[in-house]
Design a protein around this ligand. Structure first.
Ligand code: GLC
Length: 651
């Protein structure tokens, strides 16, 4: 049993062996580390208590932490200190993000800097670069099957290109977000290759089994993630003569975090990314990192403990790097990734507001807001000091992950309602009722579940309207696109646009001809950017121009008002009109109302909706249209156009 003083003493020895200077240069580091040591030790031993070598492993782990800090360059340490001075830097309304694939957006990393002014013009200063570390072409899952966590894939460039891009970005006030694929590696990763060659130590990096007994036990309670392309959770590996756990695709081998060596190796990779200058680290699929037979092997307490431990370590070694947990799970489970109990706001700094994202699509299809409001009691539990990534689309499918009771409480039958949504968004020849052109992703005939693929524009009807050359519908779909963007931009959190959506890219069906992609229809919404199309965004009146300039304006409105910082300052207006989703953001005496009409008819809202919020002003000005309204006099109601919205500031 290690006492606190022994813990301290041994750590001190490691620190001096690493040549750090506790009294001067590295004082900040030890001041962060020492007070956290007992907690770090407790978390580590809780997870690895039954491991025969736990104590020894712990000090190796601490050594990795020390080395991670030691490798941090001066410029990044200065940046850490500047961020700390700002308080919780990432809550700011001045940050606005975009996710993109460097190859599909710019060609490669070297060409990225020349595209930065385009992003700057739009108002984007936070870049999520989709996975760029080595990943075998053809078995890459868009880069989420990593064969080397430290080598940039040649397709994108080199590590030096990445560092040089980051330096340019930081110099112009931009922020960088990268992924760490924590749950699995490619089967071409060195660890997997050694496991295949028979190395028992590396076989223990993964969940490997000689026969089907334990795999069957797992499969009995674990859902299928990709039921069409990769059913089941295990794959037989002929070379090894064993079954290996592959929750996602058969070429993605799940890492075994019951092995502390795996955790240490991955912590070193996390700190390596921190030292590349990453401002926000997206931890891919954290819900899956701990497995247990008899459970769904998602959201287990040990997964949370591992994340809490990662958070502590990052705060010590690379404190300027915030953490985003990509947990796309049930609403009440997502919230837990911000930390619970003594770890509130001490786990992930960010999570995706996947619930609201999906509900936005629910509202667009149904024209009604009740189900969305029924989910707020979960969503609004987000603790102060943490934040959401808010978005309309990302590189993944849209999962209708909110709970059935939220649907029932709105008086709808959950199965039928989900069926309606899936039919509404997936294109078929007899899809007479909907302008959306998407496709079902990962349909599971066993459960009836399915998710939805398609670009923002195609799902909002632009693809169909353009094919039919129907001016009225083109206009309507642009209104939908902007309303959906406005809804996510003012929702509270860091808005993350998905590249291509800023100029209305519709689905790209060319993936169907590429055998390495044809099994995965998420590629339909991952466009290859044509810079001539982008140039049309400059030409007044074009579709691209209307969308680009609309989003630009929305981001600039948000950037101007500090109350759009994520201060947990949101309340929803009561549903006087079920078609209108309305919220109020407050800071001190300031307040702004954001209201969205999700129906295809003009929607009328009683002015009482504002008065009951305590609104005393006579006038409200719409920051979007410039229009001014006199409460209750000019007209009896506030009227919002079909798929229109208003951002109202009292005068
Ligand atoms: C995450 C990624 C997704 C990927 C999966 C497996 O959910 O966003 O694109 O397929 O993890 O790595």
């Amino acid at each position: 049993m290690t006492t606190e003083s022994l813990l301290h003493q041994k750590t001190q020895e490691l620190i001096s062996a690493a040549g750090l200077d506790e009294t001067k240069k590295d004082k900040g580091f030890v001041e962060r580390l020492y007070p956290r040591l007992p907690l770090i030790h407790r978390l580590f031993t809780e997870i690895y208590a039954s491991h025969p070598d736990a104590e020894n492993q712990f000090f190796q782990f601490i050594e990795s932490l020390i080395m991670g800090y030691k490798a941090r360059e001066k410029a990044l340490r200065i940046r850490d200190a500047e961020k700390a001075k700002k308080g919780i830097w990432f809550l700011s309304n001045e940050l606005a993000g975009m996710s993109l694939y460097v190859d599909r957006f710019a060609g490669n990393l070297k060409s990225m800097p020349e595209k930065l002014p385009y992003l700057e013009e739009l108002g984007v200063n936070f870049l999520h670069i989709m996975p760029i570390f080595e990943s075998p072409e053809g078995e890459s899952d868009g880069g989420y099957a990593v064969s080397d966590f430290r080598k940039v894939d040649e397709r994108f460039g080199t590590l030096e290109d990445l560092i040089s891009l980051r330096k340019k970005m930081h110099a112009t006030g931009m922020y960088l977000m990268l992924d760490i694929v924590l749950n699995h590696t490619s089967h071409h990763h060195d660890w997997a290759k050694k496991a295949k060659a028979g190395n028992k130590g590396y076989q223990d990096f993964f969940y490997t089994y000689d026969n089907r007994w334990i795999p069957n036990e797992f499969d009995a309670t674990m859902p299928d993630i990709f039921p069409e392309s990769s059913p089941g959770n295990f794959t037989w590996n002929e070379e090894m003569g064993k079954w290996v756990m592959t929750v996602f695709h058969s070429y993605q081998w799940d890492l075994n975090y019951t092995n502390p060596v795996v955790f240490r190796e991955m912590l070193e990779n996390i700190l390596f990314y921190g030292n590349l200058g990453v401002d926000l680290l997206r931890i891919d699929a954290p819900a899956f990192i701990w497995k247990k037979t008899g459970t769904a092997s998602q959201n287990l307490p040990e997964a949370h403990a591992l994340l809490q431990l990662i958070k502590q370590c990052v705060q010590v070694a690379t404190p300027g790097m915030a953490i985003l947990g990509e947990a796309i799970v049930a609403p009440k489970e997502i919230i837990k990734y911000f930390g619970t109990g003594e770890f509130i706001a001490q786990e992930c700094d960010f999570a995706y507001n996947a619930t609201q994202m999906a509900l936005q699509w629910d509202m667009l299809a149904s024209g009604e807001t009740q189900i969305m409001l029924n989910a707020q009691h979960e969503i609004l539990k987000k603790p102060y000091g943490t934040s959401w990534i808010t978005y309309t689309r990302c590189h993944d499918d849209i999962g209708l992950g909110y709970d059935d009771y939220m649907i029932s409480q709105a008086g709808k039958e959950p199965y039928q309602h989900r069926k309606f949504l899936k039919e509404y968004y997936s294109f078929s020849d007899n899809q007479w009722m909907s302008p959306a052109r998407g496709a079902l992703f990962s349909s599971n005939p066993k459960t009836g579940d399915a998710r939805i693929s398609g670009t923002l524009a195609s799902l909002c009807g632009l693809e169909k309207a353009l094919i039919e050359n129907d001016e009225f519908s083109i206009d309507l779909s642009i209104r939908k696109i902007l309303m959906m963007q406005a809804h996510s931009i003012f929702l509270g959190g860091l808005p993350m646009l998905f590249y291509g959506d800023e100029i209305g890219y519709t689905n790209d069906y060319s993936y169907q001809n590429d055998p390495s992609k044809s099994y995965d229809n998420r590629w339909m919404h991952r466009p290859i950017i044509d810079w001539e199309k982008v140039a049309r965004s400059k030409k007044e009146g074009t579709v691209e121009n209307q969308i680009f300039s609309g989003i630009k304006k929305l981001l600039s409105i948000r950037k101007e008002k500090a109350l759009f910082s994520d201060l947990s300052n949101i309340s929803w207006l009561s549903p006087h009109n079920i078609h209108i989703a309305g919220l109020v953001r407050r800071m001190g005496n300031d307040r702004i109302y954001c209201l969205y009409n999700f129906s295809d008819q003009a929607a009328y809202l009683t002015w009482y909706a504002f008065r009951e919020q305590g609104e005393g002003s006579e006038f409200l000005k719409d920051l979007w249209s410039g229009e001014e309204f006199k409460i209750g006099l000019d007209q009896e109601y506030l009227i919002i156009k079909p798929y229109g919205f208003v951002i109202l500031e009292p005068k």
